[in-house]
Design a protein around this ligand. Structure first.
Ligand code: CP
Length: 307
């Protein structure tokens, strides 16, 4: 059966339907159970990271190899003709896409993945563009939520930390809007959810609220999605004040529901105390591992008309 993701650019979450998100989650589930080392046979994937990454790049490259494909690329853009000789992103993308079957890119500029999709002759997959979107993180988040909760519908999800610049929060909020989630946002005023995202929720009739602390909501939510408060955006005193308000510890979770799971896109700094790691609520390392299966699923669907 033909799939709707075949040859599609994956630039932002709002461009994916509920059915497409569910298809990726179910494909990831089946690839986790039963590896398919044939799905990218003969395919070459570009893995171009203009910005630092550990999980996204390495899980994409693992996914390509596990499906029988190969990749080319770089893990920082500093030695490219774009950085050294003034080549435009548009020209770089046009050329690299002519060598490959799909183009995975992370870039520090918001909108860079969209530009790439306009000049690429093969599907572009956004591996994160500035503080805008991180759609493949959202796919692994959805897969992890489905895996640990047994469903995606009707969940109570709290987002904590840097909700202004946290692209993973932006993408996941939009995705979970398809599944009747109830959202709680916990962030310092300076790092609150952007208005345009809250307006989108209002337009869709999605329930959301804010809270001052994790303690207020830990006993009633299904998912706590922690994010890192970005130290570089504050002076030392201000950072310490803000960051200390949003530290999750095992003690914070003492009245949590048994099904609560804590997610974090990682890397963490100190917003999740290591004593949480050994509680049944910690799911962030399984979540990071799931990045391989979610990215396998996406690549398999984008590059195979039927699978
Ligand atoms: N979660 C995530 O995007 O991690 P990296 O920045 O290490 O890729």
């Amino acid at each position: 059966m033909a799939n709707p993701l075949y040859q599609k650019h994956i630039v932002s979450i709002p461009e994916l339907t509920r059915e497409e998100l569910e298809l990726i989650v179910s494909t990831a589930e089946s690839l986790k159970k039963e590896p398919r080392p044939d799905l990218l046979k003969g395919k070459v994937i570009a893995s171009c990271f203009f910005e630092a990454s550990t999980r996204t790049r390495l899980s994409f490259e693992t996914a390509v190899q596990r499906l029988g494909g190969t990749f080319i690329g770089f893990d920082n853009g500093s030695n490219t003709s774009l950085a050294k000789k003034g080549e435009t992103l548009a020209d770089s993308v046009q050329v690299i896409s002519s060598y490959t079957d799909a183009f995975v890119m992370r870039h520090p500029q918001e909108g860079a993945a969209r530009v790439a999709s306009e000049f690429s002759t093969v599907p572009v997959i956004n591996g994160g563009d500035g503080s805008n979107q991180h759609p493949t993180q959202t796919l692994l988040d959805l897969f992890s939520i489905h895996e640990c909760q047994g469903r995606l519908d009707d969940l109570k999800v709290a987002f904590v930390g840097d909700l202004k610049y946290g692209r993973t929060v932006h993408s996941l909020t939009q995705a979970m809007s398809h599944f009747n989630a109830e959202f709680t946002f916990i962030a310092p005023d300076a790092l609150a959810m952007p208005d345009y995202l809250l307006e989108e929720l209002e337009e869709k009739g999605i329930t959301w609220r804010t809270a001052q602390s994790i303690e207020e909501i830990a006993h009633e939510v299904d998912i706590i999605y922690m994010t890192r408060v970005q130290k570089e955006r504050f002076d030392e005193t201000e950072y310490k004040l803000i960051a200390s308000q949003y530290i999750l510890s095992a003690e914070t979770l003492k009245e949590a529901k048994p099904n609560l799971r804590v997610l974090h896109p990682l890397p963490r700094v100190d917003e999740i105390n290591v004593d949480v790691d050994s509680t049944p609520y910690a799911y962030y390392f399984q979540q990071a591992e799931n990045g391989v299966y979610a990215r396998e699923a996406l690549l398999a669907l984008v590059l195979n008309e039927t699978i």
